[in-house]
Design a protein around this ligand. Structure first.
Ligand SMILES: CC(C)(COP(=O)(O)OP(=O)(O)OC[C@H]1O[C@@H](n2cnc3c(N)ncnc32)[C@H](O)[C@@H]1OP(=O)(O)O)[C@@H](O)C(=O)NCCC(=O)NCCS
Length: 178
């Protein structure tokens, strides 16, 4: 198995249970500011989600990450501002697949798609200050740590600093041509 075996597929209602299970894993619950969600609310989000970047009305997008026919993760992009040329991304993988380069590969595949929009200037993301894996992923893909919002996250009852990371189009294109 190599990282090139993964595919991004459209997020569908049938993915609700695997998504719920991923959200429920300790590594997700302790590193992400996940608000409580019911199966129904996640199902609704999947029913409403799109991966169609050509839809002029859409402002949020979701993909599932598939490896050898199994859904192993998800990457989302939200709060697109066509006017400002920016979008925020988030990602999560089942812990059984962590540490093999698959998260980095999946997020880079999404970035590749997002930067096809000629108007997109910047992609940003946030990480909890203790989420070293996510910070390493962001750094690997060329994101810069831009700031810290102190105790902005409430995660499992604990206040945590939230780091803000940004990647500019020029940086992404520079890395690709390097
Ligand atoms: C963040 C996440 C998607 C990373 O996916 P992954 O496939 O495990 O990451 P990769 O294997 O691509 O590794 C990326 C980098 O992180 C590093 N890394 C992985 N786990 C790490 C850890 N626990 N501590 C420190 N660094 C770590 C890797 O070494 C690699 O850097 P390197 O190539 O320089 O060595 C995954 O850990 C995850 O789903 N976590 C739970 C949900 C979450 O935190 N989502 C992000 C919210 S901001």
């Amino acid at each position: 198995m190599t990282t090139s075996d993964i595919r991004l597929v459209r997020a569908l209602p049938e993915h609700v249970d695997v998504w719920m299970a991923m959200r429920d894993e300790p590594v997700s619950r302790t590193r992400m500011p996940l608000e409580p969600a019911t199966r129904e609310s996640l199902l609704k989000r999947l029913q409403e989600s799109t991966d169609d970047l050509s839809d002029p009305k859409a402002t949020s997008f979701r993909w599932m990450v598939e490896l050898e026919g199994r859904i192993i993760g998800t990457v989302a992009a939200r709060e697109l501002s066509r006017f400002q040329g920016r979008i925020e991304i988030g990602y999560m993988l089942s812990s059984a697949y962590h540490g093999r380069g698959l998260g980095t590969r999946a997020v880079s595949m999404v970035l590749e798609r997002l930067f096809q929009w000629p108007f997109l200037h910047r992609v940003w993301l946030t990480t909890a200050a203790d989420n070293l894996a996510s910070q390493a992923l962001a750094r690997k893909l060329g994101f810069t740590l831009e700031g810290v919002m102190r105790e902005h996250y409430l995660i499992e009852g604990q206040r945590k600093d939230q780091q803000v990371w940004g990647l500019l189009r020029s940086e992404w294109e520079g890395r690709r041509s390097a």
